[in-house]
Design a protein around this ligand. Sequence first.
Ligand code: NAD
Length: 369
Amino acid sequence: MTSYNLLLLPGDGIGPEVAAEVKKVADFLGTAGVARFETETDLVGGAAYDAHGKAISEDAMKLALAADAVLFGAVGGPKWAKVPYEHRPEAGLLRLRKDLQLFANLRPAVCYPALADASSLKREVVEGLDIMIVRELTGGVYFGEPKEIVTLENGEKRAVDTQVYTTHEIERITRVAFDLAKVRRKKVTSTEKHNVMRSGVLWKDVVTKVGAEEYADIELEHHLADACGMQLVRWPKQYDVILCDNLFGDMLSDVAAMLTGSLGMLPSASLGAPDEKTGKRKALYEPVHGSAPDIAGQGLANPIAMIGSFGMALRYSFGLGDAADMVDGAIADVLASGIRTRDIAAKGANAVGTKEMGDAIVAALKKRA
Ligand code: NAD
């Protein structure tokens, strides 16, 4: 049985609660003979600040760099509102993204039929939705220089952020999007604002070239990013893979997230470049939600986003697509059977806690295995 090395960084708030449920799923896959997961656990975020005075220790960083995949819970909370800026809990996540060079962020938006009524859109618009947003994560306007606020001679202030992309940065994220489309419904929609931004012109040119030269069998269309936002709430099922820069991806992935109902349902993956020798990518998997201080410690959190993130690790880091399908299928089975945590339950309906939801998913996995 192949063995994989998984680093668990549960973090703060509900992070440790939902991470415990992933451990159950990983242990089950081990006993079922699918693969063995050697898990190590370390601190990140506020928990790491309390223990080490920084949001991630050097030892934890070493483990992250050596792991086959990192599974991250969530960080932050009111307890750490006043820690120095460079040690705030989020600094741990930013350091991981930077040192692991995670340039590709994958956010699936899947609407399980059993949950279609939890969306703010009509059932027929979202039922069965399955799209993937691919967001460039390390370039663009969040990182471009100059990035400053200066005081002008007349006393007025002037703020500058710089949107900047190079050919290489666009090419590598484009390939991630096309490679995903290859094993999905073979369609990429690239978004930018070439009508008003020079970076949009380059983005569109490079995506078109990579598509034509390397992925002739994949359909490519271009949408202006604002129009894509509209289409996402009008008829999202027209999309398969949506490719975005860092800024537009930040917004469009949040819009797509809300199509599916609850924050507690949304997994994500962040991938680096393939290693030249092994072909393996550095990777971090995390739920989209935060540390939910309002429900932390009460056993109420929905663990599905975290378990779904582990499912993405099975698919994208370990090459265990069948096991990933099994985890996704077990989640769908549990939802179809009517089991709900409070965040996805109808008003007044019975809801189970974090552990019960984790147990129900493991039980559904057993049936499928
Ligand atoms: P949040 O995602 O933590 O919570 C928003 C709302 O959704 C809350 O009402 C919460 O109870 C609910 N919710 C979130 N996840 C849930 C789950 N799994 N099950 C059931 N309900 C769930 O966002 P927030 O309240 O804006 O932020 C709280 C803290 O988390 C802040 O410190 C913020 O900085 C941090 N945060 C961290 C990350 C991260 O670690 N990647 C992401 C977002 C926010």
